[in-house]
Design a protein around this ligand. Structure first.
Ligand code: SIN
Length: 291
C-alpha cells in the first residue's frame, strides 16, 4: 500500500531551495504525496530531503516518479552493478581506478548536459559519504537572475540562442573524444534559446549552460564574450543562490530548466561518494517574452 505522507517544506534561501520534512523516500509513495512533492519542487526549484536511507533501487524508484531515467553512454564504468541509471560521483579510487566522476576539484557553474539537444530536465543526488568540510553544492535561480536582469541586456539577448559547448566537462577539462579549438563559434554542442520557457510553470528563465566556450549565435566572438561577461557577472550574485552543506543521507533534487549549480573542491584525502540519477531530456522552448 503506497504511503500517504504530509509534506512540510521550509524555504532555505530567498531565491530558491526548500527543505522537505516528514518524508521517508525509501517506501512506495502515494500519487497524492508524489504530486505534492512535484508541486513543491516546481515552487522552490531545489528540494532537500535529510536523513534518508536509500538503496540504488529505492533511489531509482523515487526518481522515476518525475520522469523516465537517462542511461548515458560512457557512464557504464561509473554505475553500480545492475543500476545503469545511477552515476557515481566520487573521488574514491579502488584497485587504482576511480569509482566515479568529477574527482575532488571544483565544478564550475553549469546546467547538467545542456550541450545535448534534449538536456535532462532534472537531476537527483544522494550522499553516501561526505567530507567534513568542502564539497558544498551551490544552486542559482535562473528565474530570479532573469527577473533582475538589466533591461539593456534583456534587449541585447532578445530572440538569441546560445551555443553550449560539448567538448569540455564542468571542471574545464577537454573530454577524451574531442579536439581542442581556439574559436568558440566553432565549438561542438547544441544551440538553445538564451531565455527559455519552463514547460510546467510557464515562467521564463535564463538558460546559460556553462560560461567557458559559450557563444551567442550570430554575434562576433568579441561582442558575445562581452555580453556573456556582463550576464554572468549579474547572475553569480549571492542573492540568486543557495549553497548546500552536505550531510550523509541527504537527497537533493534540482530542476535543470530553471537552475544552475556548482561544487566546491574538497580535500583529496577525504572521501565523497554520491549517487546521481537524471531525468530523460526534452528540448528547451524559447520564452514568448523573449521571441
Ligand atoms: C553535479 O554537478 O552534478 C554534481 C554536484 C556535486 O558533486 O555536488
Amino acid at each position: 500500500m503506497p504511503a500517504q505522507m504530509q509534506i512540510e517544506s521550509v524555504p532555505l534561501a530567498d531565491a530558491l531551495g526548500a527543505e522537505v520534512h516528514g518524508i521517508d523516500l525509501s517506501v512506495p509513495l502515494s500519487g497524492e504525496t508524489v504530486a505534492a512533492i512535484r508541486q513543491t519542487w516546481l515552487d522552490h526549484q531545489v528540494l532537500v530531503f535529510r536523513n534518508q536511507h536509500l538503496t540504488d533501487a529505492q533511489l531509482t524508484d523515487f526518481s522515476r516518479h518525475f520522469g523516465d531515467l537517462d542511461t548515458v553512454p560512457g557512464w557504464e564504468p561509473f554505475s553500480p552493478s545492475g543500476h545503469p541509471e545511477v552515476l557515481i560521483i566520487s573521488n574514491v579510487r579502488k584497485d587504482g581506478a576511480t569509482i566515479g566522476v568529477l574527482g575532488d576539484g571544483e565544478a564550475s557553474w553549469h546546467t547538467d548536459m545542456s550541450y545535448l539537444d534534449q538536456p535532462p530536465p532534472g537531476s537527483l543526488l544522494y550522499s553516501l559519504e561526505v567530507p567534513d568540510t568542502g564539497g558544498d553544492t551551490c544552486f542559482m535561480s535562473m528565474y530570479a537572475a532573469l527577473d533582475a536582469l538589466p533591461t539593456d541586456i534583456r534587449e541585447a539577448i532578445r530572440g538569441k540562442s546560445l551555443n553550449h559547448d560539448s567538448s569540455h566537462d564542468s571542471a574545464g577539462n577537454l573530454r577524451s573524444n574531442h579536439t581542442a579549438f581556439e574559436d568558440v563559434s566553432g565549438a561542438p554542442g547544441a544551440q538553445h534559446p538564451i531565455v527559455r520557457a519552463h514547460p510546467e510553470t510557464g515562467r521564463p528563465a535564463l538558460f546559460l549552460g556553462r560560461r567557458l566556450h559559450a557563444w551567442i549565435v550570430g554575434e562576433s566572438v568579441e561582442s558575445s564574450e562581452a555580453l556573456l561577461d556582463r550576464i554572468w557577472e549579474h547572475c553569480t550574485r549571492q542573492e540568486f543562490t543557495y549553497c548546500h552543506q552536505w550531510q550523509r543521507g541527504d537527497l537533493l533534487m534540482w530542476d535543470n530548466r530553471c537552475t544552475m549549480h556548482r561544487r566546491d573542491p574538497f580535500d583529496a584525502q577525504a572521501r565523497r561518494v554520491m549517487h546521481r540519477t537524471q531525468l530523460k531530456g526534452d528540448a528547451p522552448v524559447r520564452a514568448a517574452a523573449s521571441a
